[in-house]
Design a binder for this molecule. Structure first.
Ligand code: NAI
Ligand SMILES: N[C@@H](CCC(=O)N[C@@H](CSC=O)C(=O)NCC(=O)O)C(=O)O
Length: 750
């Protein structure tokens, strides 16, 4: 036993102080286990809709403050002193043990007290488990020992959702499970419904029909073994879901399962059962106050309604068998792991669960403008037209490009950056203290910074740039938010959280300028002061965007990719004016980024590392991620990296070994620079290869690593409004190819 035995442990836990509010990570005291109790060090926990239900305040038993969580796996740290004794357990008829249920429902241990304390207050326990804590105390009968060969990051998921669905099919339904040859219908293909499918497949059901309002669940359902899929919102006129299922099964299903928690669905599920013997199992948790109803005649004529908690599985005796099924490949568990978070990311985990999906097919934001829009913008820029009708044309063109994206099946919709001239938009020039200038003095630029070098090769400097002339601050008025607001008006409310906005890189007007030229010395005495004001401006901008509803941000940063370029590094080292080493500058930029992008947990942040994407499909820099990967992936506080991988310019996949378990990479294997369509199979093989490298770095399986990858074009199609060397149709074909690849690699996922 550990040396903490007999002592209170102080550890981190996610505390729900009140209903409807985010959890906060607190230091909590976890008391010594008493008689018939066990203290466990929790290594992994799942997040379940029932946690969200209780947190929402709708659970009649929900009380606060509480430590939620009930899908946990860990190691026993210490035990108090050692049921076949309660009426329920003695009956052999149910898994609902009565011994501790009353106190458990009140959020306390069987002796009526709590083992959690925080800020001098007792915290309540949840479902007798409270797994959102590094340590927890549970009653001895609430814990089951399983083989230490089973990985805990998977077995925690057997704590509820998977076991519930699987158990409902193989234990609760009928007399000990659905019979071979039965026809079953499963309403709702989330974790629970998909697990019902697994049970139905195991027992040899004939028809396994999945009913879900979300068409993206069809591929998921098929992957788990469903034979049919019906979307109840796409029925023929006059048809109900009951009548469709009755028709499909020659009179009705032998078994139906509600895995939605919707009481109307529960009714349909019952009424879709076969007269005389059909049985409907309620699994979903309905909101407080809701009741089920049907015509009593449905029951009179032999249909039966039943329900189950935890699938009817007796945790202490039957769970080890499920673990064995998983270990021997009979029960799918890995496939359910779509996201990982550490304890600090728990609110994000709730958001991810509610969003239901993770985005696999992406693009980088900028899309080719239609020629009518481009012509108009040129006419306005050259003062040939006054531009009064430009906003209207922008709106129309955005409506069209949003339709293209939704038709292609993209979720992270952008406005194509149609209101911007360059990919970074108008953030910097609109800050107090910054000014856009044309025809800048070439002497201010670092001539070895790749985009500057490219312009100088053509004996030009950038036509315009933004310089700092005074103390920088945000005006309080965002130049990006209008772009998001417009997208909201043309997309459904459920999609507003997926809309993606691209933002300028905070270091953009720093790296290009020679030492001492990025800001006047009288205003800032060093980089850190300058960075601090820009960071404050970014935080203000993010708050405005967040308050408007934006939850998906992508930063476009060529500068960080320049740190992969030998030429740039050589230039930096030869420049005697530089006061930092190149490594020191990279570190400073990472710290700068982390200050700029301090954000709420439910705002997703990704970063695109770009090697240049200018008119005529021009790139600026070359070099693999090897030299920056460790710091980039570990120290930079972003969730997703959009990485170029279309040519050997970006090097190999080896650096992906450095990707930690809580981060994602979108592989830009499709070029946005040229029209030739990539070979789909070859691209899929590249993705699988990338997954091998990710897996080899963390020790995950390749399948798990795949769940942190996605696919996209390598860059935008029009970082400069004039766009790359391909046609609008070529671009659409590329987007369709990205979608097809994603569908084949991650079937059913967005
Ligand atoms: N009884 C028990 O022991 C347990 C119950 N639950 C409950 O089971 C339910 C399902 O959990 P998850 O699978 O994790 O949820 P989920 O949200 O991942 O999946 C629900 C699925 O139902 C679909 N759906 C929603 N409305 C629908 C409708 N009207 N018709 C058809 N499909 C519809 C959704 O598109 C989604 O695919 C929840 O209510 C949860 O609280 C979860 C674990 C244990
Ligand atoms: N407390 C709620 C009901 C919550 C609930 O239904 N819990 C189920 C399992 S759902 C798991 O994710 C459960 O354990 N039921 C058995 C029990 O004895 O609680 C309410 O009062 O509505």
């Amino acid at each position: 036993m550990s040396d903490t035995q007999g002592k209170t442990i102080t550890c981190k836990a996610a505390v729900a102080w009140e209903a409807g509010k985010d959890l906060t990570i607190e230091d909590v005291e976890v008391g010594v286990p008493r008689a018939h109790e066990v203290r466990i060090q929790i290594y992994y926990t799942g997040v379940c809709h029932t946690d969200a239900y209780t947190l929402s305040g709708k659970d009649p038993e929900g009380a606060f403050p509480i430590v939620l969580g009930h899908e946990g796996a860990g190691i026993v740290e210490s035990i108090g002193e050692e049921c076949k004794e309660c009426k329920f357990c003695k009956s052999g008829k149910t898994n609902l043990c009565g011994k501790i249920r009353t106190t458990q429902g009140k959020g306390v241990m069987p002796d009526g007290t709590s083992r959690f304390k925080c800020k001098g207050k007792d915290l309540l326990h949840f479902m007798g488990t409270s797994t959102f804590s590094q340590y927890t105390v549970v009653a001895d009968i609430s814990v089951v020992a399983i083989t230490d060969k089973a990985p805990m990051d998977r077995t925690c998921l057997l704590g509820c959702g998977i076991t519930t669905g699987y158990g409902a099919a193989v234990i609760t339904a009928g007399n000990g499970g659905v019979e071979k040859g039965s026809n079953v219908a499963i309403f709702g293909a989330g974790c629970v419904g998909l697990s019902v499918i697994q049970g139905a497949v195991k027992n040899g059901c004939a028809k396994i029909i999945v009913v879900d309002v979300n068409n993206s669940k069809k591929a998921w359902a098929e992957k788990f073994g469903a034979t049919d899929f019906v979307n109840p919102t796409e029925l023929k006129e006059g048809e109900t879901i009951q009548s469709r299922l009755v028709d499909m099964t020659d009179g009705g299903c032998d078994y139906t399962f509600d895995c939605t928690g919707n009481v109307h669905v529960m009714r349909s599920a019952l009424e879709a059962c076969h007269k005389g013997w059909g049985e409907s199992i309620i699994i979903g948790v309905a909101a407080a106050g809701q009741e089920i109803s049907t015509r009593p005649f449905q029951l009179v004529t032999g249909r039966r309604w039943k329900g189950c908690a935890f699938g009817g599985v007796k945790g202490r005796t039957q769970l080890p068998d499920l673990v064995d099924d998983y270990m021997t490949g009979k029960l799918k568990v890995d496939e359910f792991i779509t996201h990982r978070q550490n304890l600090g990311g728990i609110n994000q985990a709730f958001q991810d669960m509610k969003a239901g999906d993770c985005i696999r097919a992406e693009h980088l934001g900028s899309l080719l403008r239609p020629s009518k829009l481009l012509d108009k913008r040129h006419a306005v820029q050259q003062n040939r037209e006054d531009g009064a009708d430009l906003p209207q044309l922008e709106d129309e063109s955005i409506n069209d490009i949003v339709k293209v994206q939704t038709d292609c099946g993209f979720h992270a919709i952008s406005d194509g950056e149609y209101r911007r001239h360059m990919f970074w938009g108008t953030f910097f020039p609109t800050l107090n203290g910054m000014r856009e200038i044309t025809g800048p003095d070439p002497a201010i630029f670092r001539e070895y910074v790749p985009d500057i070098a490219a312009f100088l090769e053509e004996e030009k400097v950038p036509g315009e740039t933004v310089v700092c002339e005074g103390k920088i601050s945000h005006t309080g008025k965002s130049s990006y938010v209008g772009q998001y607001e417009y997208l909201k008006t043309i997309t459904s409310k459920e999609r507003h959280g997926e809309i993606k906005m691209t933002l300028a890189a905070p270091n953009w007007y720093h790296l290009r300028y020679k030492e001492g030229k990025a800001y006047p010395k009288e205003v800032y005495s060093n980089d850190e002061e300058y960075f601090a004001d820009i960071a404050e401006a970014y935080r203000t901008e993010l708050k405005i965007l967040y308050d408007a509803g934006l939850r998906n941000v992508q930063v476009d940063d060529p500068n960080l990719a320049y740190f992969c370029s030998e030429k740039m590094i050589e230039g930096w080292q030869k420049d005697s004016a530089n006061t930092r080493t190149i490594e020191g500058l990279f570190d400073a930029y990472i710290a700068f980024y982390n200050e700029c992008f301090k954000r709420p947990d439910d705002m997703h942040l990704g970063i695109h590392l770009c090697r240049g994407n200018f008119v005529n499909s021009r790139h600026f820099s070359e070099g693999g991620y090897d030299r920056i990967a460790k710091k980039l992936f570990t120290d930079l506080d972003v969730s997703t990296y959009y990485l170029e991988y279309d040519t050997s310019r970006a090097g190999g996949f080896e650096p992906l070994k450095e990707l930690p378990r809580n981060k994602n990479v979108i592989l830009g294997v499709i070029t946005s620079k040229f029209p030739k369509l990539e070979d789909k199979e070859e691209m899929k093989q590249r993705i699988y290869k990338a997954a091998e490298f990710v897996a080899s770095g963390t020790g995950e399986s390749k399948e798990e690593a795949l769940q942190r990858l996605g696919v996209s074009p390598q860059c935008g199609f029009a970082s400069h409004e004039d766009g790359n060397l391909l046609s609008y149709d070529d671009m659409v074909k590329k987007l369709q190819l990205v979608r097809q690849i994603a569908d084949e690699v991650w079937s059913g996922q967005p």
